[in-house]
Design a protein around this ligand. Structure first.
Ligand code: T4K
Length: 444
């Protein structure tokens, strides 16, 4: 596919973002009618111009309507209520509960603290079964409360907990299952809830990725005791920092209301071992503004995901994972598995070659939590029963998406991946000891 030079953002200005002598600094004034492949026939590592003049990253925040955000901040300044369950936090909670069809939503300062709070509120102790193929926060939320994480393998297609493997790990010390609806894919949760019910366990979902997603049967929170969302700046709906616990259990919700505010049940009466887990008004202002843009965000994500799927269809050795059903997914994460045997490049080498193109693909969730401290020291052999996790941690990469990524940029990126794959042997050689400061150590 041919690209026009005009499609390259900032193509006519040299941003000076490359080292002196780097090909990215060449040819600053080009004719818009020129075809990019005429100008830079090569990929960046082989001496061509990088596909992007500015860094294209996974996790660039979706910036919603700036004026609407500032107007809310202005109201906050006027009203002098900055935190402690203010009006915007309450409005945010009501919106989220309605969107996600949950009876209760308790906003928190982030998802990590949200997970810690719900683990405490549900009285989990002893052992909890959890995937290792997740962000480290999922597991920290357990171990910080002296709960032993029992790492369980995941399904190769969905990347979520494998129910059969979960059941095999239950012991007399197990008190719960902490699943992760990774990439916004709700999958297998009905089976997990069934297992939890049969064994008298609690079932929590870390749904940090899942705002706007639906479960297999179209409902939202009905399959677990509680789930936790993230509104971190890198999430599709963001509040700069933020999280929320969703539950349909009235008693648990009431307990959480105390726990999120130090355990206070009145001006100077403390009933529980709580913490400061509150979301503040500025975060809620961003969250509400972000929610107003949700349809635009989900649509952009979906169109980009379709463009990725079309652009990568014919590229050997790369496969997009879990393409969603329309209307049930926020489409934020563009997740690809790289088959080194077919492509001739490992995932790490491909990520390295893309860095030279100014594309910051991420190796989520490398190397797997069981290989991070303190877990690798505590459970050195955990990898032996996690073959799928180990493979995914080696092969999966996430590509950029969101409001800042246009369809044209996706096409340019997939063209470049195809070009890299076509010249895999040369790329591999060029990576060895590459002097390009953007190429990370792990790719050399
Ligand atoms: N459970 C799961 C399954 C999760 O994935 C996460 C978080 C959690 C629980 C915990 O949620 P929170 O407690 O955070 O609410 C990022 C995020 O920090 C993290 O929230 C997220 N998952 C994880 C998957 O990704 P990093 O360290 O990989 O992202 P970072 O900070 O390198 O940002 C990525 C890129 O985004 C940067 O290269 C630049 C850009 N960026 C980022 C921020 C924050 C910006 O341009 N502006 C910004 O403000 O962890």
């Amino acid at each position: 596919m041919s690209m026009r030079w005009a499609d390259v953002p900032g193509a006519l200005q040299n941003k000076g973002s490359f080292p002196v002598g780097h090909p990215g600094n060449v040819a600053t004034a080009l004719d818009n009618s020129q075809n990019i492949s005429d100008i830079c026939p090569d990929i960046a590592l082989l001496g061509g111009r990088p596909a992007f003049t500015e860094m294209l990253a996974v996790g660039r925040p979706n910036v919603p309507n700036r004026r609407a955000f500032l107007a809310r901040v202005e109201r906050m300044m006027e009203g002098r209520q900055f935190t402690n369950n203010g009006p915007m936090v309450r409005e945010f909670e009501a919106e989220v509960a309605r969107d996600m069809a949950a009876d209760h939503c308790i906003a928190t300062c982030n998802a990590t603290v949200g997970l810690e709070l719900i683990v405490h509120a549900l009285g989990l102790k002893g052992e909890v079964i959890v995937p290792s193929f997740t962000f480290v926060a999922t597991v920290h939320a357990l171990y910080r409360q002296n709960i032993r994480p029992v790492f369980c393998d995941v399904d190769p297609e969905t990347h979520c907990l494998d129910p059969e493997a979960v059941e095999a790990l239950i012991t007399s010390s197990t008190t719960g299952i902490l699943g992760v609806s990774l990439w916004g894919t709700y999958s297998g949760e009905a089976a997990l809830r069934d297992i939890a019910d049969r064994h008298g366990l609690k079932f929590i979902l870390d749904s940090a990725h899942s705002y706007g997603c639906a479960h297999e049967d179209g409902t939202m929170t009905r399959h677990c005791h509680a789930e936790v969302l993230s509104f971190h700046a890198t999430k599709c709906i963001q509040a700069m920092e933020g999280g929320a616990i969703l539950t349909d259990d009235d008693e648990v919700a009431e307990r959480l209301r105390f726990l999120v505010n130090f355990g206070f049940a009145g001006e100077d009466k403390v009933l529980h071992l709580g913490t400061n887990g509150k979301m503040n008004e500025a975060e809620a202002a961003m969250g509400l503004t972000s929610l107003e843009a949700k349809e635009r965000i989900f649509t952009r994500n979906r169109l980009n995901l379709e463009a990725y799927a079309a652009g990568l269809k014919e590229v050997p050795g790369i496969r997009l994972v879990g393409l969603p059903r329309p209307g049930t997914h926020n489409c934020q994460y563009v997740v690809a598995e790289v088959d080194a045997g077919v492509m001739g490049l490992t995932r790490d080498e491909l990520v390295g070659a893309l860095r030279a193109e100014n594309v910051f693909a991420r190796r989520y969730f490398h190397p797997g939590v069981h290989r991070m401290e303190p877990y690798s020291g505590l459970f050195p052999d955990a990898g032996e029963r996690l073959p799928v996790t180990e493979r995914l941690a080696r092969n999966v990469m996430v590509l950029p998406n969101g409001l800042e990524v246009s369809r044209g940029m996706v096409m340019r990126l997939t063209d470049r991946i195809a070009a890299i794959a076509r010249r895999a042997g040369e790329v591999r050689e060029a990576l060895k000891g590459s002097g390009d400061p953007r190429v990370p150590e792990f790719a050399r």
